[in-house]
Design a protein around this ligand. Structure first.
Ligand code: UDP
Length: 450
């Protein structure tokens, strides 16, 4: 029997936000909730439209909207939502599927106002770590004043952080991205009015900072939001994320990995958005060659022209370059021994959940903070050091890859990685804290709709 409870889930329409909110949606469906995920009509960019058990609705936008660049459409998304969401909710009601709760990306706090105007429940969902959330909330509340001039800061629940460990929009002395900073700190503008506050994290991973934040707001960890087949294996048919903006070269990646020795490959990816400087791409390329380690490197189509001439030919025996990978399958593959990552939050949770040691090469946004935790708190990786020009040299790349793959420290890191893999699975498995939080959410929704 179909449940009467219907939840509308609204991620910011970028890959790193769609993935976790879609996975959370699948967990809700598995517990009897009807879920519709709302997104912009970027069908033309979606390479994988499959969303498993979750219904997908696109916001019908006019020609003017469609003529905008993708970047402008993303910037305009909160305004578009404010315009269109009320009528979408009314239509769902008229069609016999009344929505009882809006689960909205924490970066879209205006959705909460709409939920309240429509008499609905509202649940904020943060796709970043709780540590990063604490830093942004401290800026929002004026407890961490910008520009941050002290060499290090002490915030409750967090280890001492050097300025370079703070999210880049906070450590940036010139505040070059005021809009991004406003978007990120604005998530706390009305959070106290939300009926639920979810974080894509898990209890054992961020215990201290979550305990501290829980004194102010009733936050609930519900992660890691990884397809079930890579974690607790309780949801059949949940083998990948779906709704992908990129097409993976799956066969090529997996066949190539099959031909390699266990734990012999370093996997490199910088996520869905990041663009590296051309000289940085060159250093990375030659560093990989120097490390003399097999590598699988994701270089998105828009980045491929930055690869040094002849690099692919010169490294054909040891490396494979693809424009997008099936990242979870890659990380789960026995041949992969290390993940050189930009430290996007999803990538970190995926590596932790699959027990893969990391070389952290953070660039901006929340990545420096995530990297700090990878190296100093969870101790599952090492971080590269940039030179005085902000470049990570080929020698440094080689040093870090070797340290994780071959060095003494690598053994310790591998042991820790195995520990986190178990804890991540426990969190979402039956009876785990994240599972219980989702269960409790569903029970309350059912009760409130009766
Ligand atoms: N991803 C993927 N294939 C790739 C690179 C990335 O499937 O070749 C996925 C990855 O598994 C993750 C998401 O894209 O779920 C990237 O999110 P993350 O938060 O790591 O970085 P962002 O793209 O937001 O910077």
């Amino acid at each position: 029997m179909e449940s009467k409870v219907h939840v509308l889930v609204i991620p910011y329409p970028v890959q790193g936000h769609i993935n976790p909110m879609l996975q959370f949606s699948k967990r809700l469906v598995s517990k009897g909730v009807k879920v519709t995920l709302l997104t912009i009509s970027f069908e033309e960019c979606l390479r994988d439209k499959h969303a498993g058990s979750v219904a997908v609705q696109t916001i019908a936008d006019d020609q003017q909207e469609k003529n905008r660049s993708m970047e402008d459409r993303l910037i305009n998304f909160p305004d578009l939502l404010s315009q269109k969401l009320p009528e979408i909710i009314v239509k769902q009601r008229n069609h016999g599927y009344p929505v009882s709760c809006l689960v909205y990306d924490a970066l879209l706090p205006r959705v909460l106002e709409i939920a309240k105007q429509q008499g609905l429940l509202g649940a904020s969902f943060s796709t970043q770590s709780c540590a990063v959330g604490t830093i942004y909330s401290s800026v929002y509340e004026g407890k961490l004043r910008m520009p941050v001039e002290a060499p290090s800061v002490l915030l409750p629940g967090l280890p001492p952080l050097f300025v370079c460990d703070l999210p880049s929009f906070v450590s940036d002395l010139e505040n070059n991205y005021p809009d991004a900073l406003e978007l990120l700190t604005g998530q706390f503008s009305n959070v106290e009015k939300a009926d639920w506050i979810f974080f894509n994290t898990f209890n054992s991973l961020e215990k201290q900072v979550m305990n501290w934040m829980a004194r102010k707001w009733p936050i609930k960890p519900v992660g890691p939001t990884i397809p079930s087949m890579f974690l607790d294996k309780r949801l059949e048919d949940d083998r990948d994320y779906g709704l992908s903006l990129f097409k993976p070269n799956s066969d090529a990646c997996l066949k190539w990995l099959d031909s390699k020795r266990p734990s012999s490959v370093v996997y490199i990816s910088f996520g869905s958005l990041l663009a590296l400087r051309e000289d940085q791409v060159a250093e990375l390329a030659w560093g990989l060659k120097r490390s003399n380690t097999c590598f699988l490197w994701v270089v998105r189509e828009s980045e491929i022209k930055k690869l040094p001439n002849n690099f692919v030919e010169e490294t054909i025996e040891m490396g494979l370059v693809v424009t997008w990978s099936p990242q979870l399958e890659v990380l789960a593959h026995k041949s992969v021994g290390c993940f050189l990552t930009h430290c996007g939050w999803n990538s970190i949770l995926e590596a932790l959940s699959l027990g893969v040691p990391m070389v952290a090469m953070p660039q901006w946004s929340d990545q420096p903070t995530n990297a700090k935790f990878v190296t100093d708190v969870w101790q599952v990786g090492v971080k590269v050091k940039a030179d005085e020009y902000g470049i990570v040299t080929k020698e440094e790349i080689e040093r870090c890859v070797r340290e994780v793959m071959e060095g003494e420290k690598g053994n310790e890191i591998r042991k820790n990685s195995e520990k986190w893999k178990k804890l991540a699975c426990m969190a979402v498995d039956e009876g785990g804290k994240s599972d219980k939080n989702i269960e409790e959410f569903v029970t309350k929704l059912v009760c409130s709709s009766n």
